[in-house]
Unconditional design. Structure first.
Length: 206
């Protein structure tokens, strides 16, 4: 079998090549401690040279931030679809929570990568996390209080998903209801904030 390092190199559009490297990095970071992953391993997985990986991302933190954002796109797409369902705003929040937990169960490695970002101090990773939190908060109520609340909600749902997977707790409906109630109470406490005001897929915590 031909290893990734010895596969014939293909000429690709830079954006396509960059995405392939990010996808390869996401697979590797999900399987290993990000702090122990080298550019050589990523390059081998992507079938490119180490220097090419370096030229696109600069350092491991920049590459991890790109992989983190890539996995978030997949998660947020699933949650966005759930937010398009019919029903009350609270029903839509419940659908979004259910979609998040389903994603966690179906894509455990992706969730592991997303969760590992919380311990990174790299500026690119911190900025990726902050940008996502600010974007969601702005859709609810663009205030410091909203950003703090949304940050807590994201951490809570992530922690609950991890706990459910590790403990083998399969009472999906009960967990969805519990998380939905806590989220709904929190968002409803923001003066002037309503999920219905935001509209679309950006109008509820993810």
């Amino acid at each position: 079998m031909t290893s990734a390092a010895h596969r014939p190199r293909r000429r690709l559009d830079p954006a396509v090549r960059r995405r392939e490297i990010v996808e390869a990095a996401a697979r590797v970071f999900a399987r290993h401690d990000p702090g122990e992953v080298s550019f050589e391993v990523i390059a081998e997985e992507a079938g490119v040279s180490r220097s090419l990986v370096y030229s696109y991302f600069g350092d491991r933190g920049g590459l991890f931030a790109a992989a983190y954002s890539h996995e978030l796109e997949r998660l947020d797409a699933a949650v966005d679809r759930a937010l398009q369902t019919l029903g009350s705003d609270r029903d839509r929040v419940a659908s979004a929570v259910s979609a998040y937990l389903d994603f966690a169960r179906q894509h455990r490695q992706s969730l592991a990568l997303i969760a590992s970002a919380s311990t990174s101090r790299h500026p690119a990773v911190r900025q990726a996390i902050r940008s996502r939190t600010d974007r969601i908060a702005a859709a609810v109520a663009d205030t410091p209080e909203a950003r703090l609340l949304i940050h807590g909600i994201i951490g809570m749902v992530e922690a609950a998903a991890i706990h459910a997977l590790e403990s083998g707790d399969d009472d999906h409906d009960a967990l969805v209801e519990l998380l939905t109630q806590v989220i709904w109470d929190g968002v409803s406490s923001l003066d002037g904030a309503g999920l219905g005001d935001a509209g679309g897929g950006e109008g509820a915590p993810r």
